[in-house]
Design a protein around this ligand. Structure first.
Ligand code: ADP
Ligand code: MG
Length: 445
């Protein structure tokens, strides 16, 4: 039996008044593989534990197959959990560990039949008589998976099950988990902070930030149409380039987005999406360019719909099959809280304080936009220092992916052809305005 899991306006507070999960609504279909994705501390494990019954739901409803289930005991839910730290019993062999829940449940059948079948499925038959201390990390995690599978649960709840493993093993087990869960057809909720893992595993991905659901959709849709700048920046490698821009839409001239020292001229006739940008005239926005939106080529080679910027090579990152080139284009990167290192404490700006009280501010608050704090910081004092770059972040404001055959060196000036069809624009609040939000396919779809 596989389960439909629905959360309706579910909140969790450990301390009164502080919601670590804030009015989460999510419907997970029977047999679906749903990934909960978000940075550390955003409430993923808490959500999972509420589904499992290990954590009380402060507000809202949990429905299992349509039945109100907030108060069911964990064992009544018949779900199996797999954790990051495998938590095997050290004094039991693999056989003992996999069979343990079956013996506890005591269904009056010999557990060894199921244990053997499970071990075969996982390819660990020859490890059945070993103790955990005699197993490698990957083998231990397989045993932990086995323990979950053998029970024939109605759902799998997996909390970062691969994050203690090295990269190679992680990839292999990722593929195995994907195959197994699909074979078994059991509803799976999988928690990770690793976007690549989320994208490769999930039928759908639910992105959480500060306890608030940002977007839920297929990996393809959250990548192609991120609802806000947080989702855009969290998903995809190399990370989307986010530049501060200013929309200029004179009545009698071309519409442009200026990016510090340069500007993007929007091709005429303006597309519908670009026409909608007109209302942003004079406002600061965030321009998002994924690496596929920018290529290095001669100006003359620009295709229709491409506009040219110039970049100064700051760093060349050789990666074998491709090269990541870090450019300085003279623009300022936008800062997305929760993704980068924390900024030094900043004074709240006047604009931000006003917004809290304005009708619009309250409406946005009600719509959930500001609940988890701002998605992006733009209205800081221009004399402020730029945010502290995340660890390992290299200089330059734009990263472009290219083939290794182009010989680029520090200090070179290079034309960058920007495909305007791939342009993202976000407003000051970080909400996507181009492509127009009406094209949003999901969120509580
Ligand atoms: N038992 C607890 N008591 C108080 N606060 C908690 C408890 N468990 C988690 N939290 C807090 O709730 C927030 C979400 O935690 P968690 O769900 O573990 O996040 P994630 O799994 O996304 O890293 C964090 O701020 C964390 O400190
Ligand atoms: Mg966690």
């Amino acid at each position: 039996m596989t389960r439909a899991i629905s959360l309706h306006d579910v909140s969790k507070s450990y301390t009164r008044g502080v919601r670590v999960v804030d009015r989460l609504t999510l419907d997970i279909a029977p047999g679906e593989f749903l990934v909960l994705l978000g940075p550390s501390g955003c409430g993923k494990s808490t959500v999972l534990r509420m589904i499992a019954g290990l954590e009380e739901i402060t507000e809202g409803r949990l429905l299992l197959d349509g039945q109100h289930s907030n108060d069911l005991f964990p064992y009544e839910r018949n779900m199996a959990m797999v954790f990051q730290n495998f938590a095997l019993y050290p004094n039991m062999t693999t056989r003992g560990n996999i069979g343990f829940p079956l013996r506890v449940e005591n269904r009056g059948e010999d557990p060894s039949v199921r244990v053997d079948a499970t071990a075969r499925m996982l390819g660990i038959e020859d490890l059945l008589d070993r103790f955990p201390s005699q197993l490698s990390g990957g083998e231990r995690q397989r045993v932990a998976m086995g323990r979950a599978i053998a029970r024939h649960p109605s759902a799998f709840l997996m909390d970062e099950p691969l994050s203690n493993l090295d990269a190679k093993l992680r990839n292999r087990l990722r593929a195995e988990i994907s195959r197994l869960t699909r074979e078994l057809g059991v509803t799976t909720v999988y928690v990770t902070h690793d976007q690549a893992e989320a994208m490769s595993l999930g039928d759908r991905v639910a992105v959480l930030r500060g306890g608030v659901l940002q977007q839920v959709g297929t990996p393809r849709s959250v990548y192609a149409l991120p609802r806000n700048v947080f989702v855009a920046a969290f998903i995809g490698t190399p990370r989307i380039n986010l530049l501060r821009g200013l929309v200029r839409a004179p009545l009698d001239g071309a519409m442009t987005i200026s990016l510090g020292k340069q500007f993007l001229r929007l091709p005429e006739p303006l597309s519908l999406d670009h026409q909608l940008l007109r209302v942003q005239q004079g406002r600061e926005v965030i321009v998002g360019l994924r690496s596929e939106a920018v290529r290095i080529a001669k100006r003359e080679d620009a295709r229709p719909g491409e506009v040219v910027l110039t970049g100064l090579v700051e760093h060349v990152e050789f990666q074998g099959h491709e090269v990541l080139v870090h450019f300085n284009t003279g623009s300022r990167p936008a800062f997305v809280p929760d993704l980068e290192a924390p900024r030094p404490a900043a004074r709240p700006s006047r604009r931000r304080r006003r917004e809290g009280r304005s009708v619009l501010g309250r409406l946005r608050e009600r719509a959930g936009v500001l609940r988890a704090g701002r998605v992006v910081v733009l209205d800081d004092d221009p004399t402020d220092q730029d945010p502290v770059p995340a660890e390992g972040r290299l200089p330059g404001d734009m990263v472009v992916r290219t083939t290794p055959d182009i010989d680029l060196r520090y200090g070179m000036q290079v034309p960058l052809l920007v495909d305007i069809a791939h342009l993202f624009v976000f407003d000051q609040h970080g909400e996507r305005i181009c492509p127009a939000p009406a094209r949003l396919p999901d969120l509580e779809e």
